[in-house]
Design a protein around this ligand. Structure first.
Ligand SMILES: C[C@](O)(C(=O)O)[C@H](CC(=O)O)C(=O)O
Ligand SMILES: [Mg+2]
Length: 558
């Protein structure tokens, strides 16, 4: 609480003492093994100064982050993986809790089914920024409710054998990892978004290196990444917010650079190797000028695509190292072509983090002239630069993000095992124990991608590479769509027979607890509160005499 003093000199001393106490506590916190792989570019005092006078609290989400850390650490040590999928509602998470050790909350699923504006749409993260945090709140509250419900039942058991009859307890408090998209704006938005996630129950969040203004689903075209440093700043902001909030939040840094075709700026030299330029010095106009000219002359959309295609072919779009190799190959004066190319590539590569200036300088030394290369001319009409990432680009970025995140994730277009090996080896060559995340996306055609046996072993094989957290992002919508499609069809066809045989009987056969939906919903738990509040008896108890759920008792008359 604010320091109350009766004169100015006391306040200064008390403030300094309070700050020093806080700083010491933060430094002790940061000295724990949890932070062995975490880099911070700010001091404990920087954090203490921003915490205010309220005593630091431990958010439930931080307790869940500790649980998540332990789950992932064990998987990493065992060479296995936490497997989960995108959950949409309390029914799904209570069923998942029986079998899985983490829960994923997908922005894609929220975009289509749970925007806080109630406006559905594709995964462009153009929903209100509290959408995914709101879903975290929705599901975390449900987890805690079902945990309380179960605890009361088991706590009322009068013997171990009675507990044994109930079967093993279900751990409903399954850590949630949520989708923070591209941060929904600048760094202050990233900060506020992180605060929402911590306040509402996320044990971890993932954030991708796309621009927030052009954000696309990771399996759509037209993805634009931001410069490496800009995403590092986002990750630092997330950690800083978590530090101010005394939270052990798990951070997953995702890169969409493997398949991105655009980048917002050339400012970070680590990106230069992957930025596409024109190599034809005779181009009169840039692409944008060419298109604007055509539009001013009334050219329509279809023709514009053709004009863009023709311009691109004429421009000779390449990466700089490709332009250099072509120049050497086509230079009759150079005899040891391969050696010269290898000499260049040994200094200018996807992981060397060298600038285009250095590349140009080396090229001039080796060629004897200035190599023409212009990345301004191919910029698209939105002003974005052309980018050609690939797996090694994702490795470069993941290495840059690694000190600021607990896991790194390369968004891929296919479930390509060899590519996953390349990424894992690339990251772990520099960060041997870095945890990796893998998106087992329903955006992939799994039947086409691999055999049934490979499907069966895929998660385990990736687990051995360090992919400790693997998730089917959209399994929540797909399982719901499949089951509702089947039931609605059968219900139309067979009436209540469809429900009784295909749903209720199957719930009984498979021991699904939702069969007794009043009990599942916590009616007995709430009755207990009602009775307790009324001295132990209540005529309005929900589960009293006459409740229809009695029909599901073994000896019921029905
Ligand atoms: C993981 C993801 O960000 C999500 O919102 O679920 C999407 C889903 C997907 O396409 O698998 C993404 O990968 O961008
Ligand atoms: Mg998403």
């Amino acid at each position: 609480m604010p320091i109350s003093t009766n004169n100015q000199t006391d306040e200064f001393e008390q403030l300094q003492n309070q700050l020093q106490k806080e700083v010491t506590e933060i430094e002790n916190w940061w000295s724990e093994p949890r932070w062995n792989q975490t880099r911070r570019n700010y001091s404990a005092k920087d954090i203490a100064l921003r915490r205010g006078t309220f005593e630091p609290v431990t958010y439930p989400s931080s307790i869940m982050a500790d649980k998540l850390f332990k789950v992932l650490d064990k998987h990493n040590n065992d060479g296995t993986a936490s497997r989960t999928f995108g959950a949409m509602d309390p029914v799904q998470i209570t069923q998942m809790a029986k079998y899985l050790d983490t829960i994923y909350i997908s922005g894609w699923q929220c975009s289509s089914t749970a925007s806080t504006s109630n406006e559905p749409g594709p995964d462009l993260a153009d929903y209100p920024m509290d959408t995914v945090p709101n879903k975290v709140d929705h599901l975390f509250k449900a987890q805690q409710f079902h945990d309380r419900k179960q605890f009361e039942v088991r706590g009322n058991a009068t013997s171990q054998s009675q507990l044994n009859e109930m079967g093993p307890a279900i751990d409903y408090l399954t850590p949630i990892v949520a989708d923070a998209d591209a941060g929904h704006g600048g760094l202050t938005a990233v900060y506020k978004l992180t605060k929402m996630f911590i306040e509402r129950g996320a044990a971890g969040i993932h954030m991708e290196d796309q621009t927030s203004t052009n954000k696309k689903c990771g399996h759509m075209a037209g993805r634009c990444v931001i410069p490496v440093q800009e995403h590092i700043n986002r990750l630092v902001t997330i950690r800083m917010c978590a530090d101010v909030m005394n939270s052990n939040l798990i951070i997953v840094a995702r890169s969409d650079s493997e398949a991105a075709t655009l980048i917002s700026s050339t400012i970070d030299v680590r990106d230069h190797y992957f930025i596409v330029g024109a190599t034809n010095p005779d181009l009169e106009y840039s692409l944008s000028e060419t298109l604007e000219l055509a539009i001013s002359q009334g050219t329509d959309g279809n023709k514009l695509s053709q004009i863009e295609k023709e311009w691109s072919e004429k421009a000779g779009l390449k990466l700089f190292h490709e332009a250099f190799a072509d120049a050497v190959t086509n230079d009759s004066k150079i005899t040891n072509k391969q050696a010269i190319i290898e000499q260049f590539n040994s200094k200018i590569g996807p992981l060397t983090e060298t600038s285009n200036r250095e590349a140009r300088q080396l090229a001039k030394e080796l060629l004897g002239y200035e190599l023409y290369f212009n990345w301004e001319l191919p910029r698209v009409r939105e002003g974005l630069y052309r980018y050609r990432g690939g797996t090694q680009c994702a490795v470069m970025r993941a290495r840059a993000f690694a000190p600021y995140a607990d896991l790194v994730w390369m968004e891929s277009n296919y479930p390509d095992y060899e590519q996953a090996v390349e990424f894992a080896e690339g990251v772990r060559e520099k960060f041997p124990n870095k945890w990796l995340a893998y998106n087992l996306s329903p955006s992939f055609n799994w039947q086409k991608a691999m055999s049934v046996d490979e499907q069966f072993t895929f998660i385990d094989r990736l687990g051995k590479l360090g992919y400790v957290w693997q998730f089917i992002t959209l399994a929540g919508i797909h399982t719901t769509a499949l089951s509702i499609n089947a039931f609605a069809r059968d219900f139309k066809q067979d009436g209540m027979k469809a429900y009784a045989q295909n749903i209720q009987q199957r719930e009984m056969d498979e021991g699904v607890d939702v069969l007794k939906h009043q009990k599942w919903s916590g009616a007995e738990y709430i009755d207990g509160i009602l009775k307790l509040a009324q001295g132990g008896v209540s005529a309005t108890a929900a589960m009293g005499e006459g409740v229809t759920e009695d029909q599901f008792k073994e000896k019921s008359k029905l």
